[in-house]
Design a protein. Structure first.
Length: 202
């Protein structure tokens, strides 16, 4: 009898948590509509980094991000240069660590089974602002594509136009640009090819 009551209580507690989460998400959606009208959509998007972890992923889907199954997205994520997340595609079984920065001026595609470690920055554009350098280096944007089974170490920076092949490791603190081979390890500033992931004693 006690065991039955324990099981019922456990399921009731889980159900109550789910209801509370849905209420909070609903409140967030209402606040989104109000604040976006008052202060602009981009201002409101910054509020995502203040959400609890349980609300981050559903909030991103509400804002049109394409996200696969079994993803784990930590708090503190910042999005820049966007009014929604329609230029963000994330596969299944992806982990995104705390305090990452995604520039969505152009598309960011992350494959399945990837880890984007804490503090990673992904940049999709270059803009010299009002500087005279604009003549030499006009504003440009290019998408970033990260393949399947990729590991990006903490505090790495991935620049516009980068394509990372499948099953590749990016060491922590690397500055990444260009087309990176599959089944490889890259490290450094700028990131350089170190060796194949298929080599012995990795």
């Amino acid at each position: 009898m006690y065991r039955l009551l324990f099981i019922i209580g456990k399921y009731a507690k889980c159900y109550l948590k789910l209801i509370l989460l849905r209420i909070r998400l609903c409140n967030w959606k209402i606040n989104r509509l109000i604040k976006s009208k008052l202060y602009g959509e981009s201002t409101f998007i910054n509020s995502i980094k203040k959400l609890d972890k349980q609300l981050v992923l559903p909030a991103m889907r509400i804002l049109k991000a394409k996200i696969g199954k079994n993803c784990d997205i930590e708090t503190g994520i910042t999005f820049h240069n966007c009014t929604d997340f329609s230029r963000l595609e994330i596969g299944s079984n992806v982990h995104i660590g705390k305090n990452c920065f995604f520039d969505l001026r152009d598309k960011i595609v992350i494959g399945s089974n990837c880890t984007i470690s804490m503090g990673t920055t992904i940049i999709t554009h270059q803009d010299m602002g009002k500087s005279n350098l604009n003549i030499l280096y006009p504003s440009t944007k290019k998408e970033v594509i990260i393949g399947d089974n990729v590991y990006v170490g903490a505090n790495s920076t991935i620049l516009m136009g980068t394509v990372i092949g499948n099953e590749t490791i990016i060491a922590a603190g690397s500055l990444v640009k260009g087309v990176l081979k599959s089944n490889s390890i890259y490290a450094g500033i700028p990131a350089k090819w170190i060796r194949s992931t298929k080599a012995a004693n990795i």
